[in-house]
Design a protein around this ligand. Structure first.
Ligand SMILES: [Zn+2]
Length: 173
């Protein structure tokens, strides 16, 4: 099991968590003790993070299966205490699912960009495929300027690099 710091050191994971729970949530994870389970009040005390914020973060993490709790009933008072523990290792599943979706979109875009030739209007920037340009006799439908071949090599290369990087992260290679 990776430590919380190790998990947060991964940029993709940090970004994913940060979107989910914000600065204070990240702080809670950093300061979350791992020796035993803690109640939300104890966590607020140990981490010096405001109780409401601790609770919000815990519930959000719980919804994403990244935290779990155990309910303890005090036999004298009948009060319930929730003891929390983080389960950040489940993160890899959630992040992978997100990355797979992004990867699919990038691959479609890459296919589209690399299989088509493009024409662009030097005047207004309108960019269309070769077959659409043929249909309109290479005249821009926005401003009636003559359209010229548009070199999309840079974009295709950038897409290729991004795809390779994500595949590497997902362990596809
Ligand atoms: Zn134009």
């Amino acid at each position: 099991m990776a430590s919380h710091e190790e998990i947060l050191a991964d940029k993709a994971i940090f970004a994913y968590l940060h979107r989910m729970i914000g600065d204070e949530g990240i702080e809670l994870i950093r300061r979350f003790p791992t020796d035993k389970e803690y109640s939300d009040e104890e966590l607020a005390e140990v981490t010096k993070i405001n109780l409401n914020s601790v609770r919000n973060t815990l519930y959000t993490l719980y919804e994403h299966r990244l935290a779990k709790y155990r309910r303890i009933k005090n036999n004298e008072t009948g009060w319930l205490t929730y003891l929390w523990e983080l389960e950040l290792d489940n993160m890899y599943d959630s992040v992978s699912k997100d990355l797979e979706i992004i990867l699919e979109k990038l691959r479609k875009r890459y296919k589209y960009e690399s299989e088509n030739a493009f024409y662009s209007c030097p005047n207004c920037g309108n960019t269309i495929t070769f077959s659409d340009a043929m249909d309109s006799q290479f005249v821009c439908q926005e401003c009636e300027n003559k359209m010229v071949h548009f070199d999309n090599d840079l974009l295709v290369n950038a897409l290729q690099k991004r795809i390779a990087r994500i595949e590497e992260n997902l362990g596809h290679v």
